[in-house]
Design a protein around this ligand. Structure first.
Ligand code: 8YV
Length: 324
């Protein structure tokens, strides 16, 4: 007889989308803790947890502390908050939420790029502050999208969706990735520095993690040059924020648009102080429509795992994992 989902314990660590909670509570036995810290659960719970639903903080030791764990369902396409390699080594599945947020995040990247270049937030403040009436038109923007050469860092699903949009703007596109992408014909650069040299507008969709830590630093920014614009919609950990603030302050590059930061929700004061930085509070996928779709996919992975014994969207590090 197939097992009852209501007998399966799912642990939710930290804040997560309401729809994830509502659906999990309906289908499973749900236990919530305020952060991924096993001292917050007693041994009976610890020994019964078979699935985890989380956004971040799922370390190797957290995984090791749950003897019956079979699957971690990450809310978000980026899963740098889950030690997926460790999970994969222990035959534990990790899933993420790809595809359902691709177009939303690509839309946000374009909006952030345009806002960074054409200063729409500042222009709106000019209007709201009554300066249009008192002082006349908002000053012409120093920057424009016209004539720009785009470099995309990370040519995955979202990188491709951004590239498709920018083709429509009539701009040349090149990219850097760990390896050339199969289904695109844009020029490929095997180093980030090489790409930064060749373009004046760098859009990063790169994932977080040790391999990409602070990869956008002083050398890359100086290669981008004084007309350079840097947009980050990937992960804040990929940027040396101190070097970026310095490059924006001294004119090494022209402007930056950032949706992600190394220590969210904290944004370095040096960036807050800069007029040529456009800063968003990690809203890339943050519409009701898209977050609902992400919530459903996160929960559907758990339902599929415990009813059909297969995950819908396993991450590559755990693609080999099978249900015992
Ligand atoms: C998520 C994201 O909203 O999917 C991702 O990787 O960065 C965002 O879309 C975030 O992970 C959850 O808050």
């Amino acid at each position: 007889m197939p097992e009852q989902l209501s007998d399966v314990t799912i642990l939710v660590t930290g804040a997560i989308h309401e729809r994830v909670l509502a659906r999990l509570a309906k289908e499973f036995r749900l236990v919530r803790i305020e952060r991924a810290d096993l001292s917050l659960v007693d041994d009976a719970v610890r020994n019964s947890v078979r699935g985890v639903s989380a956004v971040s903080g799922i370390t190797a030791s957290f995984i090791d502390g749950l003897p019956k764990l079979e699957i971690v369902a990450n809310f978000g396409v980026g899963y740098d908050g889950v030690d997926a390699r460790h999970a994969g080594g222990k035959n534990i599945m990790v899933t993420n939420t790809p595809d359902v947020l691709t177009e939303e995040v690509a839309d946000t990247a374009i909006g952030l790029l345009l806002n960074t270049l054409r200063e729409f937030s500042r222009a709106e403040n000019w209007l709201r502050d009554g300066r249009w009436v008192k002082e006349g038109p908002y000053p012409l923007t120093r920057a424009t999208l016209r004539g720009r050469k785009i470099g995309i860092v990370g040519m995955g699903r979202i990188g491709k969706a951004i590239a498709r949009r920018l083709e429509g703007f009539g701009l040349p596109i090149a990219y850097h990735n760990r390896r050339p992408a199969q289904d695109v014909s844009y020029p490929y650069f095997d180093t980030l520095g090489g790409l930064a040299h060749a373009v004046d507008t760098l859009i990063s969709v790169a994932p977080g993690g040790a391999a990409t830590e602070k990869m956008v630093g002083a050398a890359v920014l100086s290669a981008l040059g004084p007309e350079g614009v840097f947009v980050n919609i990937g992960r804040g950990s990929t940027v040396d924020e101190e070097a970026l603030a310095a490059a924006l302050a001294d004119g090494t590059i022209l402007a930056a648009g950032l949706d992600v930061f190394a220590r969210e929700p904290h944004v370095p004061q040096a960036l807050l102080d800069l007029p040529n930085a456009t800063l968003l509070p990690h809203v890339g996928s943050a519409s009701v429509h898209t977050r609902n779709a992400m919530a459903d996919l996160a929960v559907d992975n758990l339902v599929s795992w415990f009813s059909k014994r297969v995950a819908i969207t396993p991450v590559p590090e755990t693609a080999h994992v099978t249900a015992g």
